[in-house]
Design a protein around this ligand. Sequence first.
Ligand code: ANZ
Ligand code: ZN
Length: 818
Amino acid sequence: MNPEYHPEHIELSLQQAWAEDGVYRAQRDDTREKFYCLAMFPYPSGKLHMGHVRNYTIADVIARFQRMMGKNVLQPMGWDAFGLPAENAAIANNVPPAHWTLNNIEDMRSQLRRLGFAYDWEREVTTCQPDYYRWEQWFFTRLMDKGLAYKKEAEVNWCETDQTVLANEQVVDGKCWRCDNAVERRAINQWFIKITDYAQQLLDDLDSLDQWPEQVVAMQRNWIGRSEGANIRFETNTGDTVEVYTTRPDTLMGATYLAIAPQHPLALRAAQDNPTLAAFLDSQTHIKVAEADMATMEKEGMATGLSVYHPLTGDELPVWVANFVLMSYGSGAVMSVPGHDQRDWEFATKYGLPIKQVVSSSDDTIDLSKAAYTHKGTLVNSGAYDGLGFSEACDAIVTELSARGAGEKTVNFRLRDWGVSRQRYWGAPIPVINCGQCGAVPVPEQDLPVVLPTDVAFQGVGSPLKEVAEFKAVDCPKCGASAERETDTFDTFMESSWYYARYASANNDQAMLDDDANYWLEVDQYVGGIEHAILHLLYARFFHKLLRDEGLVNTNEPFKRLLTQGMVLKDGAKMSKSKGNTVDPQALIDHYGADTVRLFSMFAAPPEQSLEWSDSGVEGANRFLKRLWRLVSEYKQHSDGQATIDIPTLESLSRPQRDLRRKTHETLRKVADDYGRRQTFNTAIAAVMELCNDIAKLNNSDANDRAVIAEALRSALLMLNPIVPHITQALWQAMTGENILEQAWPAVDEQALVRDELDIVVQVNGKVRAKIQVPADATKDTIEATALGHDNVQRFLEGVTVRKVIVVPGKLVNVVAN
Ligand code: ANZ
Ligand code: ZN
């Protein structure tokens, strides 16, 4: 064995052998417990960054550990290959998006191989390939048949620069997340999937996700945003009815006007013979403001001239158009209670509308000339309801409204239906034919997939699909008339919502999924960035329920356990291309080898916290691996080459030998817990490093020494194998002649753990002055005597009197003296 560590000599040949022997191929085996470990698949941007390395190393450690625990492990990898960057790169470099994407995949695949991840590459999925998206298209036509996919005109966030619709969370501070330009609102005809039908299930099933970070569950709960309230109907002076949604029916007697959205049908009708109002509505629909900012922006409005009658008092209230009312939430109309809602208050104050107090509190001073009082309290100025608290008042008022047919209790969700249309080229074509006679007709199953043409002239403005002959003229599958293909493509969240399931049946070209999906799912461990805490995870959870209801999977949730890894920072800032503070993992691999990079990224921080980049940390990781190499090579020089070790009986071992054995088995137990339950890989590594220090301390002078050292070393290699698979495999081979990948996680020898002596700390007046060792069964008196007899303790007791000795058995002795 080479006395020096040369990673380049071992890593490439091992990786080649792994690939040739297919050692990470996953095969269904109903007799074995399975473990499906998955890291979020990458967008093929061109090169791996440190965030990828961290993400994929975490998952790889878990997968390899579970394999050693005897599980039948599936760890696949693939590519989230559609999306905007390919189009942007295509424009910048004049290469077709398909070409650019597939090239990047080649490069990144070889980088992943070079890092030694234990993937089953035979299940690789690439979402921009027709063999993948055809099933998504097929599934969408099933959703159309079930009425779960539908088309409607909707206001969207529109980015003029990227010529595309943006999801709410792609709008950051009113700007496009990619290009930073101001986002405007536009009405466009789009495809939607009815996630709102599943809102309650998506909420309820959060309770079953007890192995998800609480923070992520809370974010999902907020996003779904269930609220309880009432719908209340008001009659207008023109004989129409306006419905409002309110979470505060208790404040009904404080309503002083009605506010409706600028797109509300009543507003549009009133504007027909009111040019000033028409102009105002027009100015509002073209306003460039993202939905998220609507609550805080300057309130604008105009009276419609209409009025409504209060359903309980009959009082006449004016109807105003207001810019803070969203057409897409509730019913697009609000009963305004300026005394108790801050937005209503600001609006009323600005336009001189009456403000009426109907809620009071004995705890707070209320001054409605300064602000609305928005807490719940006791009703006042509310006639028959005076004196009631919030929930009694809600019940009493809603009961009265129901009796009059003017309202009822209801539940609302903030969650909206999922708009899946994108006016982009590089995405999966929406499988629809638009016919003048028949409307939107799903493409029949036998005509799928609708293949995205890759040889288009790509300018980047608008979609080139509009120029493709095969899209411009096609026969309607229903009536045969000449029709057009839909040129919108799917939101890329569609592809990432079901890829985890496809891996299980990746090579089935007859069906989207098969029974293998029920063997492998749910994903036992999912690993990815916290930035996906809301949308990706919510859409995947939703898709899973859609797959279930189509009979394709038999579980309710896709991901059993979730680990959200922290960011990789440099000098306290997120590593990013735009900041120019990136560290290229490839350069590190070339210099130190993959194992050092893996070790550093696991050692530098617990997985959920951010990891601060440090050059010296990388050096340190590399030094440790060199040391490990040396330990084994030294051991080999002393050992007579025997492959098996016989652990001598406890009685025949010396104290230091026993100590090392105990350390070995304590470490085994701790590291298994760190890998499995706690998922703190950094503390696992630290524990093995400590063990290695202890190994180096033992003399290696007799057969018993060699036996306990061999056991400790082998255990260290096994424990480190999930993190640094190459060096440990090479060293294991050198020590035993065997393949480490066939080794199980070693059993803890409970006998070795028994302590016959305990370490006890001795304090004098609260300061540690000595460490003593006493027999495990020593009495308090013996412990006290040993402590007081210690040289250093005596030194601190000179000239003072011992007042009290407190003995905490097994832990410490505190001597109080003055
Ligand atoms: C009267 C009221 C009085 C309200 C009060 C609040 C406080 P959440 O909890 O988020 O569901 N609202 C209803 N529809 C709206 C729309 N389309 N655009 C803007 N605001 C709308 O919010 C529900 C509350 O938001 C409703 O309760 C309504 O104002 C407003 F002291 O009604 B409330
Ligand atoms: Zn037709």
